[in-house]
Design a protein around this ligand. Sequence first.
Ligand code: AMP
Length: 296
Amino acid sequence: MSDHPVQVLRSVPEFRAACDAVRGRGERLGFVPTMGALHAGHLRLVEVARRYAERVAVSIFVNPTQFGPNEDFSKYPRTLERDVALLGSVGADLVLSPSAEEMYPKGETTRVHVGELSEHFCGPFRPGHFDGVATVVTKLLAMAGPCTAVFGRKDFQQLKIIERLARDLMLPVVVVGEPTVRDADGLALSSRNAYLSADERRRALAIPRALAGAAARFAGGERRAGTLIEPVRADLAGAGLRADYADIADPERLFPFALDAHVGERAVIAVAAFCGTTRLIDNLVLGEDPAPAVSA
Ligand code: AMP
């Protein structure tokens, strides 16, 4: 598979034509949207897309509308050549790498807003972020016209929002969510991990450890929300991580449980925390996801 030919399209009309050609041959198209700086988590999504479709398209686009004014848009890693080589190694066929000017032409004003789900977790801390995500994903799905689009559960709130928008806009696509790929020490793979110093990388392990602790309490029968989430908050603070939030919520509506609530047989714990200046997110669906295997 290492020399699988990858066609890189720099413009939207070229990408549309290539996707049309796939469908014209009667082949199914799978699609994986990304912001590039690819790692094994992204590559896993491509491998999964291949199970659903004869051809797989990947977009690599650092989407300006999903970054706030003081966020890392300009320093986000851009490694197109390396990304294309990696995509060839897992059998991707088409890569779209468009310009921001083409994706957001002068005079555009349309944004896609998914209500309720965008209001919890990251919503209050990243105003406009999910509108940017929902807008770019809607555009990309309209361009590619895939049968199946594959997303990571690492961005659990994003996945739920995209599932909702696909249903609400009646898009003819199956949205697939894949488990988070982690490093051997438990840290969820992320393009932003490249920002971490060696010391920060070590301290960041408090996140998967805290999630594993909550999973153990849940497996031991604990169902009180506060008893599940409060030690997670304490573990993050103890490692010097500054949490935007660490919440336990209903995994479909993302509505946080009150501390004295009794959670059901499934509940999502989601965390966003700064390690130095790097904002990391992670989550675990208790009663569904395996606990992260963390090193001692
Ligand atoms: P990004 O390039 O960060 O926008 O991510 C593109 C896609 O890859 C999204 O669907 C993410 O949820 C997914 N993704 C990112 N990191 C991981 C990971 N560690 N495991 C699985 N999927 C991931």
